[in-house]
Design a binder for this molecule. Sequence first.
Ligand SMILES: C[S@@+](CC[C@H](N)C(=O)[O-])C[C@H]1O[C@@H](n2cnc3c(N)ncnc32)[C@H](O)[C@@H]1O
Length: 273
Amino acid sequence: MPIDKSDILESLSAQNNHMVGYTEFNHARLAAIYDAFNSLKQDGAFWLKTIANLGVQRIADLGCGTGLLTNQLAGLGYQMTGIDPAVEMLLIAKRKTHADKIQWRVGSSEQLLGTRHQLVIMTSHVAQFFITESAWEAALRDIYQSLNVGGYLLFDSRNPVVKPWEQWNKASTYRLINTSEGNVASWIVWLDKAAASVKYDIHYLFESDKEHLVSHNVLVFRDKDQLVSSLECNGFAVRKIYGDWHGTEFCQNSSEIIVLAEKISKNQPGTKK
Ligand SMILES: C[S@@+](CC[C@H](N)C(=O)[O-])C[C@H]1O[C@@H](n2cnc3c(N)ncnc32)[C@H](O)[C@@H]1O
């Protein structure tokens, strides 16, 4: 069986005392303050406009988190499915205004199998949580299966060319936000980069009781060519690549790689080109 380099990197990172846990999504107190730290801004307007232009109705939000966008889309009349592996995030999502109009599923892309959608979205860099190539390829295959020919996949990923992690230090990322849990300070510390994987911690300090929680995270940074190639190998054609939330066309130094891809073939391609 071929050895997948990113699988090795992942196991090394686990041995390296950096037990990746994504506590930010799996701890009730952190899920409760997620929206206060991550409200939709220009990105939200971009997603709503881009989705409206596609003329679709049935949408799956893979990695929906607390349902920030899922809920807004359901309120606009789209038929929504929200999928996420983090139960604490889904518990927050299920309390929102339009939650009863949404089908919620715990898990990842396997939850798409046997469903029919016209669009699958992965927003706020969910694509970067598929750390290994095998996990990313499996997600693309599951997404492909849930779309009709002509259906779309829309997602964002940060551009590794501009090395955003180099700004991930306490001084540049420190924020103090008033949340439902009172004032909470948060900052990010970049720890390490090995191949395409970036390890970092997110700190949260609750002013009321001084609880200090740390989320140990890893994200994968695929470049534009890697993303395009993986999509083309899995039966998609890339229709647009934007570089920011104004909808500017992607260029080498763009901060974002925002991809709109379309399922073009009826028969799922088996292997890489
Ligand atoms: C940064 S949050 C984005 C949430 C939401 N899309 C938004 O725009 O607010 C990333 C989400 O991806 C989810 N996630 C992590 N790994 C995943 C996977 N393998 N499959 C699906 N979702 C995943 C996390 O649980 C988390 O809720």
